[in-house]
Design a protein around this ligand. Structure first.
Ligand code: FES
Length: 145
């Protein structure tokens, strides 16, 4: 597995290299640890606080390991108009976790627009977007997990 230092070095001279490196670290390791933040800071000649600020700004730059199943439900206006709030409550019941919470197996997160506004409510299951989300679609997505 590629180390954070190696990932940072590969992105050192690229436009947007810090963010690219952090995203690649999450893709490779699942999250960005403090030690990995320090490696990025060193390679890009930034302070640890600057890198920490970037990591804390972007929701997708996780700082802890994600559970194996992460469901993100759109909470933006178009999906609310299409029944997103009711679906969110149903999903909380089905998954056994509240929006914004996680246990060791499942995380349920809010997201604000997945670009599927005309096919709402929308959700994303482990990075896979799902239009017309309902409990049946959620069950279908969980079937293979
Ligand atoms: S508002 Fe939900 S996908 Fe755009």
């Amino acid at each position: 597995m590629t180390t954070a230092l190696e990932i940072a070095e590969c992105n050192k001279d690229r436009v947007g290299g810090v963010l690219r490196a952090l995203r690649e670290i999450v893709a490779a390791h699942g999250y960005v640890s403090r030690e990995q933040e320090h490696a990025v800071a060193e390679v890009f000649n930034l302070s640890r606080a600057e890198v920490r600020g970037i990591v804390s700004f972007y929701h997708d730059l996780k700082t802890t390991p994600a559970p194996p199943l992460v469901v993100r439900i759109c909470q933006a206006e178009a999906c609310q108009a299409a029944g997103g709030r009711a679906f969110t409550r149903q999903a909380e019941d089905v998954l056994g976790v509240k929006l914004g919470e996680a246990n060791k197996n499942i995380g349920l997160e809010a997201v604000y627009c997945l670009g599927l506004c005309a096919q709402g409510p929308s959700m994303m299951v482990n990075g896979r977007p799902v239009a017309y989300a309902d409990v049946e679609a959620l069950a279908e997505q969980m079937k293979d997990r």
